[in-house]
Ligand binder design. Structure first.
Ligand SMILES: Cc1cc2nc3c(=O)[nH]c(=O)nc-3n(C[C@H](O)[C@H](O)[C@H](O)COP(=O)(O)OP(=O)(O)OC[C@H]3O[C@@H](n4cnc5c(N)ncnc54)[C@H](O)[C@@H]3O)c2cc1C
Length: 360
């Protein structure tokens, strides 16, 4: 599709409306919801989006966390799939930037800044996935100045589009390692992503490891019992996950608002949802700016509730037409369910279950 060249100066100064419009256009014109969205990801590359997350001293634009949270809401409202893939790449990027392994950090960052390297993450088995099984999903044995890794990282988004993977594994002594590995390394298999009920285009699925040798120089930090917390980064349920939920909810509320222009019966609901949207956005920005009036988990719990309610409200407003495949309301309802399972701390799952079960 022929699109206007992006106004990079406007984007650098924080105006991302043209980028969002183009993402929405490409998303609406995509014939196949399961195809890897390379054209949309190219747009992010052209817009220098990855540099928002990189500190100035490492060659980035170092956007404020509130600016990033607002941008995530806008991007997710335009195309949740692309924005979700972005978050997983950014999760890898943040871990690389925070690494105390400076030679590794600088080598990877120069490739990412030049646009010829992309990394994604497979770390949830260290926190929220497969924890009940009694044995680690991905195991590491120390050997010959490195580690031999076997098993699988059960959930990795967009491994097919990544040159590198940031992955965690556990050792028999209970310590964990966090390493970077090229995705074409011998012993690594990347099967086709799962058929999901939404976001299939993100190409999410397991990455398998069979006796893959990881040199110690590929560790992002020293082995530790909770390796993801060493760098001080949040591992699950961060404000960015809430920003994406709010972005999807915003798309649904905008739709109901549009319908209400010629359907007065929808006006009361639109007014209530708009007020809740504003209040949640204010809480998101307060949390992102470090003003601690609540916790990430409380916000994520309320965002999950809001995204489920607004998307279902869009279905009610769209009536039977919304239930026909191809109408966005149906897609939004399925996408909203994603927030019940993705990067969701146990406390949030528990609170959402209580709400769904009607427990005060
Ligand atoms: C679309 C999508 C994309 C994702 N992308 C990424 C990514 O890029 N990187 C990443 O690191 N992670 C990613 N995740 C992982 C995500 O953040 C969560 O970790 C994951 O959704 C947790 O689900 P699970 O099925 O692995 O949980 P599990 O806890 O392993 O549960 C699986 C099943 O085990 C059983 N079970 C669960 N708990 C218990 C128990 N206590 N006792 C007995 N049985 C139990 C239940 O039958 C359950 O259905 C992604 C997830 C999704 C859905």
């Amino acid at each position: 599709m022929n699109l206007e060249p992006l106004d990079r100066d406007a984007i650098h100064s924080g105006n991302i409306s043209q980028l969002c419009e183009q993402l929405a256009t490409l998303s609406a014109s995509s014939l196949n919801d399961s195809e890897w969205p390379s054209e949309r990801l190219d747009l992010l590359e052209q817009a220098d989006v990855y540099r928002w997350f990189i500190p100035h001293h490492l060659g980035g634009l170092e956007w404020e966390s509130t600016q990033i949270a607002s941008a995530y809401v806008e991007l997710a409202s335009a195309c949740l799939t692309t924005t979700f893939i972005l978050t997983q790449r950014v999760a890898a990027l943040r871990r690389i930037c925070a690494s105390d392994n400076i030679p590794l950090r600088d080598k990877l960052l120069s490739g990412i800044l030049a646009g010829n390297k992309q990394a994604t993450v497979g770390i949830s088995h260290l926190t929220t996935s497969r924890r009940h099984l009694g044995q680690p999903a991905c195991r590491a044995i120390a050997k010959d100045g490195g580690y031999v890794v076997t098993g699988q990282s059960p959930w990795v988004t967009g491994a097919c589009g990544a040159t590198h993977l940031v992955v965690g594994a556990e050792m028999p002594n209970g310590q964990q390692i966090l390493f970077v590995v090229a995705s074409d390394t011998a012993g690594i298999t990347i099967p086709k992503g799962f058929n999901l009920i939404a976001l299939t285009a993100s190409q999410t699925g397991p990455v398998k490891f069979e006796n893959v040798f990881i040199d110690s120089s590929s560790l992002l930090t020293e082995p530790a019992e909770q390796v993801l917390t060493v760098s001080g980064l949040t591992s699950t349920g961060s404000t960015q996950t809430s920003a994406l939920a709010l972005g999807l909810a915003t798309a649904a509320v905008n739709f109901i608002e549009q319908e209400s222009l010629h359907r007065p019966d929808l006006l009361e609901s639109v007014e209530a949802l708009n007020a809740q949207q504003l209040a949640l956005k204010a809480r998101l920005l307060e949390l992102a700016s470090g003003v601690t009036t609540g916790t990430n988990e409380e916000l994520r719990t309320d965002m999950n509730s809001f995204v489920l309610r607004t998307t279902q409200a869009s279905m009610a407003a769209a009536k039977g037409a919304g239930f026909v495949e191809g109408h966005p309301a149906g897609r939004w309802c399925c996408e909203a369910l994603f927030f019940l399972v993705w990067s969701c701390p146990q406390a949030v799952i528990q609170a959402n279950l209580c709400e769904l079960a009607g427990i005060e």
